[in-house]
Design a protein. Sequence first.
Length: 136
Amino acid sequence: MLAIVLFAYREVPYVETGFAPFEMLHGWLIMGTMQILQCLFTGEEDVMKSTVEYVVKMYEKLADTGALAKDNLLDRQKKIKALYDRHTKTRNFGPGDEVLIILSSTLPKMKTQRQGSYRVVRKENDVNYQVSVPGR
């Protein structure tokens, strides 16, 4: 049963890249049951090619697929960032401001702790600050 599920997963195009995982890895679409039946009913058959032609076309197709997948992924990342940024607020702190530090913990999982308040020493960039923590 697992093999059937994995086969189905590998032949379905991924939303972010626009290509199936199998196609990204091997450069051609895997033929599922429905595609095989369609070829049998329509009488379509692949034309045999020389090895050199096959390798050249495969290289070109993989390069094109990689470029398209990268473009699709960048577009998807921009959409997700826009959705995330709808509810965020830009916060700016200056030297001397008091802030809380978020510490992630491994036990129990997914539990974060806030400690503070600590003073900002300087601003590193738009989102990172150097904070004075006593004892460190």
